[in-house]
Each structure stands twice: as structure tokens, then as C-alpha cells.
Design a protein around this ligand. Structure first.
Ligand SMILES: [Zn+2]
Ligand SMILES: [Zn+2]
Length: 344
């Protein structure tokens, strides 16, 4: 073997380019932020799935959601675990447990395996398939909540808290307005609360996502769009839970509910003072990202000797990885842009 081909053999399977993360032997990008010829999309959140690429490849489970957000794209889908040859590589998608259709991308090339995880969580979520650990040599990970302060309670504990807040408000004849990210978090909340407490309504931004989830076979309780109710009719909301995106906060849209209590559901609610800064009555710590212990568990389960961190708390994660004796580095990416609005 010549020196040159030996070099190619050992070259990285994913590198950072100005357009996004790029796989040289497969000639495709992963969640690119600038228009490219061929994009593999890990999930449909706006910081990972953008308009403008010529060809899209994504999971079959997430096709409805992706098309509802990026109408008209040229989309090829893969079932989880299904293999596809692209260039000299074999790729497959594996559940990431983050939102409906979220996938980790496994790339195999000449006996080496890299996995790009996109966003992921390990906690149970009735609206998407559970995270699947995939063995690899190099693991590309997010680190949105990569600090020891981020530790989530069991989801059921969080939803019990949401239920008792809603139940208390309903008993007092007051609407319960819950702000959360409209794709993923909202459907997880809807699928997890006790729908027996009262009627459930949603904001117009949440409705198309609910439809895409239902079309994909995810069970959600009956949810009516707020817009169906005449603006003067406040009484129907007195026992209701209303799910709305963070952008609705402080808007005139809220006037129709009369007396209401509001709450925000996000991993960022773990931070001291976050609820007060948000200006809401209650903060529920609920994230679709792995917390610090889960990030460590997920990374260790891959068996990877090398880990590359893409977004979030990059430095602390890289430091921890090196303390574990792993080779660690970072990619500069444009993921996690709109974290302030939720935690996509
Ligand atoms: Zn993200
Ligand atoms: Zn995401």
C-alpha cells in the first residue's frame, strides 16, 4: 500500500466544512446549515433541518414531520436499521429518542464506524422510539446539557407535577397555559398528561405537528385548536390545558383565556432564576435532550475511543472525555441556535 492510500484509509469519516459536517468518502453532509447537493437529516428541528438542499435522506419514522416543516423537498427515507450504500460508505439510521423520527447516523467505511448522533435523550418518551446505543470507533455527540447541574427527574414525576398544577387551576376555574417548543416537547406533553382532568387546546403553531404525529401513528388525546373557539367565549377554557409555543408569551392571543396560570416546560428551567426571568407562574424541568449522566451513559455505551462534540457545553464535555482517557475534540457547528426559545 502506498503512503497516499494509507492516508486516505485513516482519514476522518466526518469533517467540518463551512456548509456543515461532511463525509468525504460518501460525499454527503449531515444536518448542513448551508445548501448542499446531498443532506442526511438527523431530525426535523429547525437548527438541523433546513430548506435548500437538492436531496434529503432521513428516517421513515420522521418523514411526516419533516415534510410538514419542509414542504416540497426531495426526500428519500430509510427505516431504522436499513442500510444504504452512498459512495464508498454504508449508512444506516438508528433511533435517537429525541423527537419523532430522530436518528443517529451510522457510517461504515472500510471497516471503520462513525456515528453522528444529532440530538438525543435516554429518558422514555411515548411519542418516539427509544435511543439505541450503536457501537462505533468515533461518536459525534451533542452536549446541550453537558454540565453536572443538569440532572432530570423521571419524566413521570415531571408530568405528575404538570397534572397537579392543571388540576389545581381547574378546581379554581382558571385556565392552565403551558409554553413549550411546538415540535416534540408539545406532543410529548400531550401524550403524557392526564387527559381526564379537563379539555385540551393548542395554539395554531402546535396543530400541524400534532397532525403529523397522528399520521405517523402516535397516540395523542383529543386536542382542539384554540382558534375553533369564538374569542368572547372564555368559559370553555376554565378547566382547560392550553399548549402554546414560547413565542405566544406576552401576546394578545392570551387575553381570550381570561384568568389563567402559566408555566414553561424546558430543560433550562433547571437553572436558578429561570422561571422568574421567564415571568411565568411555574417552571417544569422537562427536556428532550440527555442530561449530564445520560450523556455519559450514552457515550460509554458506544465503546468509542474518540468523541467529537458539536454543540452546547462543549468545553466541559471535552474535558470530561479526556479525563476518561478518550480522544476528544469539537466541531464548530450552527446547531442549537434557537435554544432560548425552548431546547430543540
Ligand atoms: Zn439541536
Ligand atoms: Zn433537536
Amino acid at each position: 500500500m502506498t503512503n497516499a492510500s494509507n492516508q486516505a484509509e485513516l482519514a476522518d469519516l466526518v469533517v467540518a466544512r463551512p456548509e456543515g459536517l461532511y463525509c468525504p468518502p460518501g460525499d454527503f453532509y449531515i444536518d448542513p446549515w448551508q445548501p448542499v447537493e446531498r443532506a442526511v437529516i438527523t431530525h426535523a428541528h429547525s437548527d438541523h433541518a433546513r430548506f435548500g438542499h437538492r436531496h434529503y435522506l432521513a428516517s421513515k419514522a420522521g418523514a411526516n414531520v419533516l415534510l410538514s416543516r419542509l414542504a416540497g423537498i426531495t426526500l428519500q427515507t430509510l427505516a431504522y436499521g436499513e442500510r444504504l450504500d452512498i459512495g464508498g460508505t454504508t449508512v444506516s439510521l438508528h433511533p435517537a429518542g429525541h423527537v419523532l423520527g430522530s436518528a443517529q447516523l451510522r457510517i461504515e467505511h472500510k471497516g471503520r464506524v462513525w456515528v453522528a448522533s444529532g440530538d438525543y435523550k435516554l429518558d422514555p418518551d411515548p411519542t418516539c422510539e427509544a435511543f439505541e446505543p450503536v457501537r462505533c470507533d468515533t461518536f459525534i455527540t451533542e452536549s446541550t446539557f453537558g454540565l453536572p447541574i443538569y440532572r432530570w427527574d423521571a419524566p413521570q414525576t415531571v408530568f405528575d407535577g404538570v397534572d397537579s398544577w392543571w388540576r389545581h387551576n381547574a378546581a379554581e376555574g382558571r385556565a392552565s397555559v403551558l409554553f413549550c417548543y411546538s415540535f416534540g416537547k408539545a406532543q410529548r406533553v400531550l401524550a403524557s398528561v392526564d387527559a381526564g382532568i379537563g379539555p385540551i387546546f393548542c395554539h395554531g403553531a402546535v396543530e400541524p405537528l400534532n397532525r403529523a404525529y397522528r399520521d405517523a401513528g402516535v397516540r395523542l388525546p383529543p386536542v382542539r385548536p384554540v382558534s375553533e373557539i369564538p374569542a368572547k367565549d372564555k368559559a370553555v377554557f376554565r378547566h382547560a390545558l392550553i399548549v402554546a409555543p414560547p413565542s405566544a408569551q406576552g401576546s394578545a392571543w392570551l387575553k381570550r383565556f381570561g384568568d389563567y396560570s402559566d408555566a414553561f416546560a424546558s430543560g433550562w428551567m433547571r437553572l436558578r432564576g429561570a422561571r422568574r426571568r421567564r415571568g411565568v407562574d411555574r417552571g417544569f424541568v422537562l427536556s428532550d435532550h440527555a442530561d449530564w449522566p445520560s450523556l455519559q451513559t450514552a457515550i460509554q455505551a458506544t465503546g468509542a475511543e474518540r468523541v467529537i462534540v458539536t454543540h452546547g457545553s462543549v468545553e466541559p464535555m471535552v474535558r470530561w472525555l479526556r479525563e476518561q482517557g478518550l480522544e476528544a475534540g469539537a466541531f464548530e457547528t450552527q446547531y442549537g441556535d434557537d435554544n432560548a426559545a425552548g431546547d430543540p
